[in-house]
Write a protein that binds this ligand. Sequence first.
Ligand SMILES: [Zn+2]
Length: 300
Amino acid sequence: MRGKRVKKRRRTLAGTLGFMLLVAGIYAGFTAKEWKIGGPMVSSVVDAAPPAETATSSPPVGVESPAPTPAPTPTPTPKPPEVAVRPPEIHHPEQYKNRKLVALTFDDGPDNNYTTKILDILEEQHVKATFFLVGTQVVKYPATAKRIVDEGHSIGNHSWSHSDLSKLSGDALELQIGKTQQAIIQATGVTPGLMRAPYGALSDGVLDAIHRDGMKHIYWTVDTKDWAGSSVASIRKNVLDHTHKGGIILMHSFGGKKNALDHTVKVLPTIIKDLQARGYELVTVDELIDSEQVHPSVIK
Ligand SMILES: [Zn+2]
């Protein structure tokens, strides 16, 4: 009895095994077909690339094509460079991960003395900053305004004549903002997207006017008080003590008390080195906004 049962079981086992093998065989055949379908498509691309063309078309570029299959030359896709250039409107906060950003800002210029000295330092240190310009200065020194933009810095509107905008309304307010905007566009070809009201003096009406002109209002997080004649040591200490990730440092590139900005020029290289030594990257306000590191209350 037992023997029979075992035999029976063996037979059924063998049957199942056979069936499984059959199924496996069919499946293997099927997948092999699938691979075949994929195969010719790939090889046809390789085939389509005539080796003769690579040999004749660009002999001096031999260095660039040591790989045996650099062949997709027959259909040169003209798109890649456009994809590589990053349009500024695209928002990429993830690219700022693990980076500590901070922005230097210079108000009240341009001029042909402090602003140019500051630009020289920034150029030497490969650092980008943001300049909030006064309209009356822009029309006096359009070349300096243009240089700011040409050297990759951001530019913002800082009113026409450094008035307290919170005391203005209507046409007077529109003129302070709009006329400056036009002067900056004329001098630099760039339409500012940033504004800083003189003294940071905002009202609802001023903020509305700024927004109507398509701009954001930018405060600061560190006031160096350089315009008042603060010493080099106190400006340096102030910046070191109060700068945090996402900070905006306020300095000036024109005006202030007599010779006060000599200190700004003198301390600037030290400040840049100090901040970099602490792991900060100095960027424009636009980049700082893009990074989302700046505290929301600083941007209106
Ligand atoms: Zn100012």
